[in-house]
Write a protein that binds this ligand. Structure first.
Ligand SMILES: Cc1cc2nc3c(=O)[nH]c(=O)nc-3n(C[C@H](O)[C@H](O)[C@H](O)COP(=O)(O)O)c2cc1C
Length: 259
């Protein structure tokens, strides 16, 4: 009797485990497509959120297919790249792949990221056939974390159309204020470059003096978060500069948007 009950206990335990493992693996496989779609939708929302086109109630996926033209760029040459599919290319994974990444010389590594991908995505925003904005991915060190975001430039490739971060781990209320809507609302209309084409936009300490001739390049500081704010300025100077999107933007300025 005792042997029979031990066997039964093991049999029941085995059956419970077996059925549970079927349920878990079945739902993981069944939900994969939904998860992948959700990841893509979040990516679409992150890019569109800096364009000013994402009004409440707008269908993100529909808007994406309506206005976004994603391309890949070889950062060293500034030319377009067909090496990968822009729809599925993951620049963060590429930056961790030694075959696709290259070290950033310390003297130009303003963003504090040490390596960058050779190929980067850019997102042309088209309305009625015309390019109205170009969205560029940017990232760099804050105080506690790497800040990941997008900057959108208007068609003149100098005026900022929008800016924001979609991932960081700065302190809420201090560095985390880089997500504050009021602070972000200052960015559209500011100028990213000086007349010589050098990155000039800057988060200053304190408030911008509207009467200053430099106000168009300046955004208010965030009190108690000078390190994060400096990180924002530095990462923008890196990604808009010579070692990153500079050659691509220069090529667009001289050749226009058509390939
Ligand atoms: C718990 C704690 C969290 C902090 N988080 C941040 C942060 O996220 N970003 C930041 O720049 N400074 C942060 N600071 C403040 C920095 O240590 C530093 O004092 C600050 O950047 C200087 O800015 P201020 O000159 O505007 O005071 C934090 C400080 C403490 C004690």
């Amino acid at each position: 009797m005792a042997g029979e009950s031990t066997r039964r206990t093991f049999l029941v335990a085995f059956l419970v485990c077996f059925v549970c493992s079927l349920l878990v693996s079945g739902s993981a496989i069944g939900l994969r497509a939904i998860q992948e779609r959700e990841v893509l939708t979040i990516h679409y929302r992150n890019v569109l959120s800096v364009t000013g086109l994402l009004a409440p109630g707008v269908d993100v996926v529909e808007l994406w297919h309506e206005v976004v033209d994603p391309r890949l760029v070889d950062l060293d040459t500034g030319e377009y790249s067909d090496a990968f599919d822009p729809a599925t290319f993951d620049p963060r994974r590429a930056a961790a792949d030694p075959a696709l990444a290259r070290p950033i010389p310390a003297q130009v590594d303003l963003a504090g990221i040490r390596t960058r991908t050779r190929i980067a995505p850019v997102y042309f925003i088209r309305q009625e056939g015309e390019v109205v904005q170009v969205v560029l991915p940017v990232h760099g060190r804050g105080l506690w974390s790497t800040l990941y975001g997008y900057i959108s430039l208007a068609a003149d490739l100098t005026t900022i159309a929008g800016f924001g971060f979609y991932e960081h781990a700065e302190t809420p209320g201090l560095g985390g204020e880089i997500d504050n809507r009021q602070w972000l609302a200052q960015w559209p209309g500011k100028e990213a470059f000086d007349p010589e084409g050098q990155p000039r936009i800057e988060v200053i300490r304190g408030r911008v003096d509207a009467a200053s001739p430099y106000a168009r390049f300046q955004v208010d500081g965030i009190s108690g978060a000078t390190v994060t704010a400096r990180g924002v300025t530095n990462l923008l100077h890196y990604w808009l500069g010579e070692d990153a999107f500079g050659p691509f933007l220069q090529r667009l300025r001289t050749e226009g948007f058509d390939d």
